[in-house]
Design a protein around this ligand. Sequence first.
Ligand SMILES: [Zn+2]
Length: 733
Amino acid sequence: MHDQITRSLLLLFATAAIATVVVKTMNHTHAASQTLTNAITASTSSRDDTTANGNPLLAKWEGPYGGVPPFDRVQISSFKPALESAMAEQLAEVDRIAKNAEAPNFENTIIALERAGNTFDRVSTIYGIWGATMNGPEFQVVQREMAPKLAAFGDQIAQNEPLFKRVESVYNSPDKAKLNSEQQRLVWLYYTNFVRSGARLGTDAKARLSQINQELAGLFTKFSQNVLAEEGGQFLLLKSEDELAGLPQSVRDAAASAAETKKQSGAWVIMNTRSSVDPFLTYSERRDLREKVWRMFINRGDNGDEHDNNATITQILQLRAERAKLLGYKTHAHWRLENAMAKTPERAMELMEGVWKPAVARVHEEVRDMQALADKEGAKITIEPWDYRYYMEKVRKEKYDLDQNEVKPYLQLDKLREGIFWVAGELFNFNFTPVTNVPVAHPDIRVWEVTDKTSKRHIGLWYFDPYARAGKRSGAWMNAYRSQERVNGEVTTIVSNNANFIKGKPGEPLLISWDDATTMFHEFGHALHGLNSNVTYPSLSGTQVARDYVEFPSQLMEHWLSTPEVLQRFALHYQTGKPIPQVLVDRIKRSSTFNQGFATVEYLSAALVDMKLHLAGDRKIDPDTFERETLAELGMPKEIVMRHRTPQFLHVFGSDGYSAGYYSYLWSDVLTADAFGAFVEGKGPYDKSVAERLRKYIFSVGNTRDPAEGYRAFRGRDPKVDALMKKRGFSPS
Ligand SMILES: [Zn+2]
């Protein structure tokens, strides 16, 4: 997914917007078992600091490519003073703009705001990267202290009365008509963000709003740290061979290395993370242990102990409801969706409910298949949630003759990365060259320079941080370290992809699953969205688009993995070097709609609960009861649990980021499925003219135009939901 440090959000609504790490949902599987105990805290440097205040985080980025982040000079102790100094600097800049004696105009107000806050952008970017990839106890202390301060900082700008008056005056000025469309959109964005952040409220309401935002920032941090504690602290210890029954070698190896980190040498450990739990549930023949692991995982944050998140959720929901009311919205969901592509919760609900019924119907079919197979084997069981993945895998083998372990030897991480580069070359004329002249936060991270194949023009940098390690969040995501723009000179972008693969044995290529390969293409889609950006203003750049639109470019790129061009050149057997046999590819294709009932219902139940929680208004909510009753009302199949149960739903309670917004993946997937049709109807996935339209109207425009309009320009019409239903193998209800 996509780690959106939105400049305008930070500027105008900083409620824990920093480091909103967004994990991928539909095609998950990140092969990592992760511990947070012996966390890496900092890569220290012996170099002398020669920068302002002696704090290297405050300095302008130096070096090649217009400067690069000084990852080799980061110390945890520098974060707090750097953030405080950068906040003070930005407040002073903003104050100067607000107090300008000249009449407000686009240049002296909007452009001036676009030029402000560069130091804070740099510092908070590195702070976000540390939070997501280099976290540890020492850093968490800083996070707990800084979260409310950062929220208050955002409010101080959003509630600056003279500043808002200036923005409002530019917005309402007849001169606005003389601006070009990108400039007009920028004015609209500033104006609407100010209003949505409470700029029009009276003094008392503003004070209460800021108090709410600070309280929420503290609660988000608490929620996130509780989930991390449960994932890092709980595990299942396996001591004998018979407890490993059914586990393939790769899963055993991962469990053995997890045991090392838990000081349990000679044993095996199943960590309480998805990347550790899912493979165990898929392969373990020990039904009793599957149930244990499943219960451990789904009860994260719900154990009635010091890490229990239920009371925190109740508080968050009440504060959000109060804030929405203060701001003049019916509910938090209405406030959040106003500027999304869906515009209203009702439209998002309509889509979800339309897909829900056929998906549930499919689940019942899937369960019937699994039950039949279990009966045939004489298992004498009724399918329970901890049986789903296990029997699903067996059915996959029986129905499609497809064994995931048969595919894996053809999926080498490094080769697939080359495949991704090749696709970017075909679609966008990009070339990738490895570079070693820039500092990295950890020795495992590698960097490539991106140039235009024809003109050799420098386009940006791509950082790749592929491996799991202590202190790094699980999952996979993209992050923009610097946005492409032209207001502060010709600024090129720096983007990163992050994953949690477990390092292979030295000298051996790392093999990944089909799902992981799909995730790689997904995250790279976000990176390409950033790299293609061709806009003037930083607030409108790259991936800073509506939440329910941002997953569209990334989900779209997933389609290129299964193109014959990629598979024949890059899906090569790690021993023989031979491409993946066509017969295996055919089986993968035939099984593409397999298990879509499970995947859709698992996801959609979470998305529906998210939306309903935020449509419920200000009544006091007990999360456990609400979840149970909502699922019963929906007719949730008893064999499936929500992909993220409420007490561990980081998307929704780790920040405001995806609150009332988890539906975004489905919304974007409607666009994705429909958009790929443009290639299919043309000359295929490498049709240059369709790719050019994609670049022109989608990948390069950032938020400079309305997404629905951009889509229409690309496709020649509005998206239709049919392609999504077909992609998932559902018949319309
Ligand atoms: Zn994504």
